[in-house]
Design a protein around this ligand. Structure first.
Ligand SMILES: [Cu+2]
Length: 261
């Protein structure tokens, strides 16, 4: 920076306007231009190939790691302006989310009666919009598909804005999507981030090596949203707590039966 800024200042002073001096037009130097194109291209090429393994380890671990490794799995659904944290239970599989009730549905997704009817299609025309909106925001804000067997043991009820707990020294697969707009799930201390995109599921992997208690106050790591996602973007801060493997298994992998060893 000092070299470049210094050169600019020197050139500005040296070639400043003076009465009677005429500017000279030059076309440039083809050899130089070829050189300063090829050198950065070669540097970028080397960086790309030498970092490909790192990228694969972060983004494609679920397909590329040995099957004997059992990661902790967490589903994060971004929502203006909080994170939903969902654990898959003992089966290690998530059910489906973000499928919402529609006016033509025969049944409400939870198969219970709402608004005095079994399903949205039985509602009087003047109530449809209100009841569906009420159901989708209050009764089933995550659009859970209750029939999905993989989701029966999911821990999703208190998902909104809770701290995300992860086990120490074990790979953590974070699955990411969004309910509304693009957010960017970021763990600054762990150097990982990924956009959460509505309609897409992304995943990244990282392994915490230190428990939060070893960290001292405040006892958690920051989760940040690094995509300007609306007026409340600045409030979209979450907490991540690294706990022991035993604590994690007991709290998050026993639900709906005992976890596979
Ligand atoms: Cu956001």
């Amino acid at each position: 920076m000092v070299l470049v800024q210094g050169a600019i200042v020197v050139l500005m002073v040296r070639y400043r306007h003076r009465a009677g001096r005429k500017a000279r037009y030059i076309h440039g130097n083809t050899r130089l231009e070829v050189l300063w194109t090829i050198i950065p291209a070669a540097i970028l090429g080397v960086l790309t190939f030498s970092s490909k393994q790192v990228w694969t380890a972060i983004r494609y671990a679920p397909e590329s790691r040995p099957p004997t490794i059992r990661p902790a799995k967490i589903l994060v659904i971004g929502q203006m302006f909080k994170w939903n944290i969902i654990y898959p239970g003992a089966d290690g599989e998530f059910g489906q989310y973000l499928v919402y009730a529609k006016p033509t549905d025969q049944w409400w997704p939870d198969r219970k009666r709402h608004g005095g009817v079994n399903g949205p299609r039985d509602l009087p025309a003047d109530q449809v919009e209100f009841e569906i909106e009420r159901y989708n925001t209050i009764e089933n804000p995550l659009g859970k598909v209750y029939d999905d067997p993989r989701g029966k043991d999911d821990d999703y009820e208190d998902a909104l804005a809770r701290a995300m707990e992860v086990p120490v020294n074990r790979p953590v697969d974070v699955y990411l999507t969004s309910k509304d707009v693009i957010h960017s799930f970021t763990l600054p201390n762990f150097r990982v981030k990924l956009d959460t995109v509505p309609g897409l599921m992304g995943v990244f992997t990282f392994t915490p090596t230190m428990m939060s208690e070893q960290l001292g106050p405040p006892g958690y790591f920051e989760i940040a949203c690094q995509e300007l996602c609306g007026q409340g973007h600045f409030t979209m801060q979450g907490r991540m707590v690294v706990i022991s493997q035993e604590q994690y298994a007991a709290k998050h992998e026993m639900r709906g039966g005992k976890a596979d060893p």
